[in-house]
Design a protein around this ligand. Structure first.
Ligand code: PGA
Length: 249
């Protein structure tokens, strides 16, 4: 049995007071289930708040990115080591917003992935195609290129300590979810590629789906054989939605 996850990605949202209310509701509402993990990836200034609020709960936490550097004259950056110091378990790397808006190339993403591993964080590597790429039949080529950059840099064994997230860019924050069949096709493709390199690692790799997951569509997505949970943006900011998604896992 593969590990299953529901991970929230708060993006650039939150505030001390709103976070406190949300974290309270989550620590009461997220009931532990074996083989399943819950987490929230928050803006880095809130890591201390989240650590204090969730330390006695079953929910893990982490960041939405890490620096491509370990330390030094890189004004504004936050390193994987710093994120780890706050008891974090996870770090997103290669989210499509980082790739598209902040210019993270495949090499940069691979570097961040390695630094997250070195800091003993679990990197959640995000891959996904844009709408024009899907419409021109390039989905598999794009997601494999994104994953392969990490495999080339860190070996397939690097994936044994990571989580993969398939997030079609056209489904993120748009309310347009990939159908369970569309998502499953890509998940099965990605798992097949990893299995071809190392069967055991491919079988064990948890692959989450992200893109407009809500409590109303979560169960259907999570019911697909190669979908091992979800990476949740907008709906992770609303306790009732996020708890509904957790309950569907
Ligand atoms: P969304 O975002 O759930 O708001 O579509 C998902 C993500 O970007 O991780």
């Amino acid at each position: 049995m593969r590990d299953r996850f529901v991970i929230g990605n708060w993006k650039l949202n939150g505030g001390l007071a709103a976070n406190a209310l949300l974290l309270d509701a989550l620590s009461v509402g997220v009931v532990e289930k074996s083989g399943r993990s819950c987490g929230v990836c928050v803006p880095s200034p809130y890591l201390a708040q989240v650590q204090a609020a969730l330390k006695d709960s079953f929910i893990g936490w982490g960041s939405q990115d890490v620096s491509r550097f370990e330390s030094g004259a890189y004004t504004g950056d936050v390193s994987a080591g710093m994120v780890a110091e706050f008891g974090s378990r996870y770090a997103l790397v290669g989210h499509s917003e980082r790739r598209a808006i902040f210019g993270d190339t495949e090499d940069v993403v691979a570097g961040k992935f390695g630094l997250a591993l070195r800091a003993v964080l679990t990197p959640i590597l995000c891959v996904g195609e844009s709408l024009p790429e899907r419409e021109s039949g390039k989905t598999e080529e794009v997601v494999w290129r994104q994953l392969q950059a990490v495999v080339v840099a860190h070996g397939v064994s690097g994936l044994s300590r990571a989580i993969l997230a398939y997030e079609p860019v056209w489904a993120i924050g748009t309310g347009k979810t990939a159908s369970p069949g569309q998502a499953e096709d890509v998940h099965a493709f990605l798992r097949g590629k990893v299995r071809a390199l190392d069967k055991a690692i491919g079988d064990q790799l948890s692959i989450l789906y992200g893109g407009s997951v809500k409590k109303s569509n979560a169960a259907e997505l999570f019911g697909m054989p190669d979908i091992d949970g979800g990476l949740i943006g907008g709906a992770s900011l609303v306790a009732e939605e996020f708890l509904g998604i957790w309950n569907a896992l």
